[in-house]
Design a binder for this molecule. Structure first.
Ligand code: KIV
Length: 297
């Protein structure tokens, strides 16, 4: 058996593959997607996991934060992503207020993302303060990914989207949060916008894989937002992202060419048209000449 098949490169990705990858020092690749078309593309590209992030609120729904995203939104978009995915593990984000009220409520909502959305796991934000919730959900057989550091659902408490845990005390607290999530049964944890040194320490200390975004190169895997990597998010690119393509520019230029063609009358052309048989056309013209109207059913 090759190293690749050992660590699950040739079969559907499960949380067991995450563990195997960490043990084999093979990095885990994760990206967001929000619909069937983008899920199909990223799955074909061979990513290990697709996160249906609540970043959906900004990237797709046009809000300026993740707070307005509802559980219904997440169920709908998760199901769309699952329909486009064959191999990658689909992880559904638990949106604002879907897990904060009580562990029972969180379990019910996680269950909907799995049963109705078809997700293979859920992700929720927070550290030690959500450990009981993580334990309740994982205890029911639902894999949970944690998320610490910059947790966008707490943007108002954090005072903006900024790097977290830069000082010794907050860094130590973040390591405690990671340990609490691991003990509660989380299978992996996202470290968002934290110093690289801290992410390296967390990755070395934890048995579960760390998935970084804005956390340096020392994590066990990386997650990025589809729109940021592909230039679909307008002019702004977050510091932690890199543009691998300028699809936004390509789309504007393609749609402008389409608009020019329609206005100039050069599209649709013969290649995009269908025709009536000459006999049917003659019959129609004869009917019109006699003012015959078709019989209605
Ligand atoms: O919602 C999201 O896209 C996320 C990632 C940035 C980790 O939570």
């Amino acid at each position: 058996m090759s190293v690749h098949s050992d660590a699950g490169f040739d079969r559907p990705v499960t949380t067991a593959v995450f563990r195997a990858r960490k043990a084999a020092h093979q990095r885990i690749v994760m990206i967001t997607a929000y619909d069937t078309a983008s899920a199909r593309l990223v799955d074909e590209a061979g990513v290990d996991a697709v996160l249906v992030g609540d970043s959906l609120g900004m990237t797709v729904l046009g809000f300026d934060s993740t707070l307005p995203v509802t559980l219904e939104d997440m169920v709908r978009h998760t199901a769309a992503v699952v329909r486009g995915t064959r191999r990658a593990l689909v992880i559904a984000d638990m949106p604002f207020m879907s897990f904060q009220i009580s562990p029972e409520d969180a379990l019910r909502n996680a269950g909907r993302l799995m049963a109705e959305g078809g997700a293979g796991a859920v992700k929720l934000e927070g550290g030690a303060s959500v450990a009981a919730t993580v334990e309740r959900i994982t205890g029911a057989g639902i894999p949970v990914m944690g998320h610490v550091g910059l947790t966008p659902q707490s943007v108002h408490q954090l005072g903006g989207y900024k790097v977290q845990a830069k000082e010794a005390v907050s860094a130590a607290a973040l390591l405690e949060d990671c340990r609490a999530l691991q003990e509660a049964g989380a299978f992996a944890v996202v470290l968002e916008c934290v110093p690289a040194e801290l992410a390296g320490l967390a990755s070395a200390e934890l048995d579960i894989p760390t998935i970084g975004i804005g956390a340096g190169a020392g994590c066990d895997g990386e997650v990025q937002v589809y729109h940021d990597l592909l230039g679909l998010g307008g002019d702004f690119t977050p510091r932690h992202a890199k543009r691998y393509a300028q699809l936004g520019e390509a789309v504007v230029s393609a749609v402008s060419a389409y608009a020019d063609d329609v206005r100039a009358g050069s599209f649709p052309a013969e290649a995009q048209s269908t025709h009536m048989a000459p006999r049917a056309l003659e019959e129609l013209q004869a009917m019109r000449a006699k003012k015959v109207r078709p019989a209605t059913a």
